[in-house]
Every structure is written in structure tokens, then in C-alpha cells.
Design a protein around this ligand. Sequence first.
Ligand SMILES: NC(=O)c1ccc[n+]([C@@H]2O[C@H](COP(=O)([O-])OP(=O)(O)OC[C@H]3O[C@@H](n4cnc5c(N)ncnc54)[C@H](OP(=O)(O)O)[C@@H]3O)[C@@H](O)[C@H]2O)c1
Length: 324
Amino acid sequence: MQNRIVIITGAKSGIGKAAALKFATEGYTVVMACRNMEVSKKVQEEIIASSKNKNVDLMELDVSSFKSIRHFCEQYKKRYEKLDILIHNAAYVEHGAKHRLSVDGIELTFATNVVGPYLMTQLLLDHLKKSDEARILNSGSNIIKHYFDPKKKIDFKTLQGENNDPKFSVYNMYRQSKIAFMMLTFKMADEFKNDGIKVNALQVNGAKLSKETLNKFTLRWRIIGRIQSAFLRPTEYMANNYYEICTSEKFKETTGKLLNDKLEIMESATGEDLGFIEEVKQAVGSSVYPAYTDDKVTTEKVWGFCKNWTEKYTTDQKMESIKV
Ligand SMILES: NC(=O)c1ccc[n+]([C@@H]2O[C@H](COP(=O)([O-])OP(=O)(O)OC[C@H]3O[C@@H](n4cnc5c(N)ncnc54)[C@H](OP(=O)(O)O)[C@@H]3O)[C@@H](O)[C@H]2O)c1
């Protein structure tokens, strides 16, 4: 597997770290795409030692910054001739934090969890096309269940610019970002179908949160997170799911799907008013996702938002160096 290359964003902790170890142990060439280089370097060494696989690379990436993404992709293309697997695992989840804009002026949750992965995928597309079996995996969340409530929609006004709304919450932005990311998954699968690139998402329904991640939350959210985390599965469970979706024969032809933690393909809910009991059953189970995820108009708006913001980074074919 040494000649098969996987990029995992946010591979220095949590599920991403467990996935990097899994792929490395199975003999893949792993590129950890991380932003905190000091900590990530230690994790890289740990993974090399545990997996006995020297082909674990570490490259700097801040997925919330267009320049950093472009720099990463440029360096990646200099080092590697193709890309087989791209896992968009990194996410901004600093619950309780105040409103923040990315360096490019997009609300930070949306910039990190949606627009960044869009740009990165576009810039790596030609390398993915060089693989004989390219697969992209987007890390989703069961938080999209909120959209079983038909009144809930993405509020495009909140995705950019300053926001003085006292009710602003990263949790709400995270929810918006994850449903938008699922829309992007389906749209990407469609867009890249003729290139043979398979694009799917996994609905992560919980995995133990690292101390580091919990420490980023405000006190109230940290307490909730700690209690929740005690009941969650180890990160290795979801990491194994990443591995299965990206490598197994079973999912070789699967594209444009959202899979649950049992690796079953989820279906779109009907969107009809089912009544309270049935709606609760839907929300508790994991066989269907909200019909809103398939909303074509909103999907085009999300795609358009990403395309417009990143246009000047994708149209320049030369990819000349930009200082980061
Ligand atoms: N754990 C769960 O219960 C759960 C539930 C639902 C969904 N998920 C999803 O599963 C995925 C992994 O989550 P996790 O629980 O493993 O979280 P985690 O331990 O916090 O890992 C997230 C990683 O993303 C990195 N990251 C954040 N912003 C970044 C940026 N701008 N550039 C580069 N890297 C960045 C973080 O690095 P820094 O420390 O440098 O920020 C961290 O290494 C996420 O997509 C998350 O939304 C997890």
C-alpha cells in the first residue's frame, strides 16, 4: 500500500490521529495536514514508531485560510505525483467561543468546515484524477438531525462579515456548516462523477473528545462535553470507519452517499409531516437524514458561496507561490 497516498486533515488529535495511525499501520503513505506543527511533529513521531511505517509525512495546513491551503496544495504537488484518498476530517468546534472571522472574512466555523475543504478539493483535483481509484471522505455529524425540523434552514446572512447578534453561537454555526458540508458532498460526487472520483460522507455520531479539544470549549460546554464524552466510543471506531469507506472493495463504486456509524447507506427522509412520534423515531435513529440535505436550491447557494469566495485562488492555473 506504500504507493497509495492519503491526506488526512486535522490528524494531530482525535479521530484524525487514530485514522492516521490506522492507515500507516496498514502500510499507506500518510500525509498529516495540520496547523500546530510543534504538537503535530510529536504525533507524527508517535505514529511512525507505533506503525513501523516511515512514510508518515507532516505538512502544514490551516484549512481556514485560503493562502495556507494553496501553499499546502502547491507543496503537496511538488512532493507527490498523485493523490488516492483525501479525508476532510478537521473541523472548528470551539463551542462557546465568540464570533470570529477567518483571515479571508468568512465566519470561522464555515470557513474551516466548508469553504476550506471545497478549495482544497478543487486545488487537488488534478492529482486525484491521476489515481486509479480516488476517494474523498467528508466528516459529517449527527448534529444535522436538527434539520428534521423543517423551520431550520441555513442562514446565509450569518456566513460572512461581522456579527453582533447576542445569540450568536459556534454550536449553531457548526450545525449550519455540517449540513452545508453534506450538501457539498452530494454536489461534489455529481461534479466529479466523470473523473471516477468517489465522494462520500460519514455521519459521526460521537467519539471521545480529547482533553485538548475540550479545553477549547468554554466552561459550560466543557462540562457538557466531558459528561457526553464519557459515554462515547473511542476514536478508533470512527477511524476504522474512515478506513473502510476509503479502502474497501465494498465501497469501491459508492459515491454521493452519507453513511452512518454502522456503515449503512442512509436515505433521505421524505420531508412529509409524519407526526410527533415518527419524527422522534427518525431523529433518534440513524437510517435517514433530513430531506433538507437534498435541497437543490440551497446546495447551489452553498456551492456558489464557496466558488465565489475562492475564485481567485482556483482560476489561476499556475499556482505560483504566495507568501503565507
Ligand atoms: N468527536 C465527536 O463526538 C464528533 C461528533 C460529530 C462529528 N465529529 C467530526 O469528526 C471530525 C473529527 O473530530 P474530533 O472529535 O476528532 O475532533 P478533534 O480531536 O478536535 O480534531 C479536530 C482536528 O481538526 C484540527 N483543526 C481545527 N481547525 C483547523 C484548521 N483551521 N486547520 C487545520 N486543522 C484544524 C484540530 O487541530 P487544532 O488543535 O490545531 O485546532 C484537530 O486536530 C470533525 O470533522 C468533527 O466535526 C466528531
